[in-house]
Design a protein around this ligand. Structure first.
Ligand SMILES: [Zn+2]
Length: 165
């Protein structure tokens, strides 16, 4: 490895990289764009149901079709972070009432210290049991409203605030 590359690598490493992932959206629909945003010392990756926003499913809609869309959206999003997982410092993942089992199972390769499950009260006992089952019982759990929109937005705003210090 050349010296230049080494230097670049250590700079990249100094920047904290955080992902916020949800099959719903962060804040209001279309309020935040998917992708990376740079803040001083921090980089945040937003992954919402953007690529299929035309098929977005409200957090409360409960049908087999709605559940399938949520699951496929989440698996798409979680597949997307796999290649960059080693470089990510932390992942915030919304875990709602529907499709939660699939979502939690898909995080079994994310180490407990790297993930915060942002979850609403629906089926919270089952969700926590599943988190233990996949080996992430030490992961942080943050409670939120159904849909998670505003809590995820607050997480984003706190990261932004924190980066200015
Ligand atoms: Zn809920």
């Amino acid at each position: 490895m050349t010296n230049k590359k080494q230097i670049k690598k250590s700079i990249d490493r100094a920047v904290e990289q955080i992902a916020i992932i949800t099959y719903n959206c962060i804040g209001n629909p279309q309020q935040y764009e998917n992708g990376w945003t740079n803040y001083p010392g921090k980089k945040v990756l937003l992954m919402q149901n953007g690529h299929r926003s035309e098929r977005a499913v409200a957090g409360s809609e409960n049908s087999a079709m709605a559940e399938r869309i949520r699951k496929s959206t989440l698996s798409y999003l979680l597949e997307g972070i796999k290649p960059i997982l080693p470089q990510l410092n932390h992942v915030y993942l919304y875990v709602g009432a529907h499709g939660a089992e699939g979502a939690i199972e898909m995080t079994k390769d994310i180490p407990a210290e790297k993930i915060t499950y942002v979850m609403c009260k629906c089926n919270s006992y089952e969700k926590k049991a599943l988190i233990r089952e996949i080996g992430n019982k030490n992961a942080e759990i943050m409670s939120c409203e159904c849909g998670g929109n505003y809590t995820l937005e607050k997480i984003l705003k706190d990261i932004k605030k924190e980066s200015k210090k």
